[in-house]
Design a protein around this ligand. Sequence first.
Ligand SMILES: NC(=O)c1ccc[n+]([C@@H]2O[C@H](COP(=O)([O-])OP(=O)(O)OC[C@H]3O[C@@H](n4cnc5c(N)ncnc54)[C@H](OP(=O)(O)O)[C@@H]3O)[C@@H](O)[C@H]2O)c1
Length: 442
Amino acid sequence: MPILTPRSALYLGAGSSRLIRPASVAAASAPTPAFSRHVPAQPRALGPLTPRRYLSGPYGYTQAKSLVFSKFGEPSDVLHVHRHSISPTLPDGAVLLRALAVPVNPSDVNTIQGTYGVKPQFSPLLGTPEPAVIPGNEGCFEVVAVGPGVKTLRRGDWAIPATTGFGTFRTHAVAEHADRSLFRIGGDRGTAGLTPAQVATVSVNPCSAYRMLRDYVDLIALSVSSFSRDPTTPGGAWFLQNGANSGVGRAAIQLGALWGLRNINIVRERPTAEETAALKDELTALGATVVLTEAEFLDRAFSARLREEFTRGGRDPVLLGLNCVGGKSAAAVVKALSPKGTMVTYGGMSRQSFPFPTGPQIFKRLRFEGFWLSEWSKENPAEKRKTIDEIVELMRDGKFKAAPVEEVQWDWDTEEKTLQAAVQGTLEGFRSGKGLFVFKDT
Ligand SMILES: NC(=O)c1ccc[n+]([C@@H]2O[C@H](COP(=O)([O-])OP(=O)(O)OC[C@H]3O[C@@H](n4cnc5c(N)ncnc54)[C@H](OP(=O)(O)O)[C@@H]3O)[C@@H](O)[C@H]2O)c1
């Protein structure tokens, strides 16, 4: 076994302190025959489970690729493909993962741009010319090899990172402390009835929607108490949200419908009236009670409509507002809230701030909160696991639909610019779906 120098050893980011080698080092230091011409016998634990090309270096080294960045900037400028190899010898407690599907979320782009709430540390251990980071917070991975001492995972399981910051934009990863850095998907029912795309997108958006609907205002208890006080109450308690066609928004609509909550959903107008109507229909089919365009929501007539059409003259209060847009839209959410309502801000897609109006704060006694899944997950690991398990079972039973995606196939030969463009496009508006890397021949 060649000796690893600090320069040649790779450290695979959060969840992984595994030393690996850049492909060039692995190849250069290997005895003949060269890995491209010879596929050595694989250690049993490393045998691939799904049909794929054997891309193996000498002595069963797994050839892997990651997207990395070494300075903050636009994804198309700063993201690069980094090729490396992973040793077949797994440390105690570690597993080798192969990526199946990985979404690109707005926060991933903000992280690359350097505008996110937390800045990643560039690591010298990835074997890149400059210290670098692998972006990406969630994804569905297949366990292809299990190191000694791992208790909760077996070959063939699907797993997702337990916390954000794992670095998921890569074909393979070694996850150290796998029993706590990963969640096995599916419990006793395994992966039957699930797709990698569903599993890859469960831990950020649906989990955020779930927690925001449950942890700030007890809308379910409110529904029950309103109904027992007044059996003419036509439905559950109300919440209101902008960005309602986002991944989080769609999840909130579906969970709200499952829990008997009513919701007012704000979306931006599409380029044509037909497209706007189609989007409204799509959200209504998911369980939305009311879908309005931003123009309808910002119109002066909205306050009267809210009272007369939706809330029985204000008798059914709107006590929770979810805001991922900011600007005028957020200000209108504040205005629509009933006394003692709570506004939870979790995103700022318009990149515009909004005023915290003094009058409503005092006279309506409103509460303003911020939600950040990363911190919530660190503080509530067991609750996160339960939340994910619950949503996974809803997906499996056909009660919860994953948000639409725009698939980008990632093969061994996929060009760097294709991967860069998939990430770069994430913050553009009016998309048909979230970018999702789907890994095929890696
Ligand atoms: N705080 C947390 O823990 C947390 C967790 C999850 C998500 N988030 C945040 O939630 C937001 C939505 O994330 P997601 O993954 O659900 O989004 P997504 O599925 O990628 O959808 C993006 C959403 O943003 C809207 N949008 C894009 N550009 C906009 C603009 N200039 N003005 C207004 N709306 C715009 C889109 O509306 P159109 O279709 O009209 O373009 C769409 O509704 C992001 O800000 C994300 O960072 C935060």
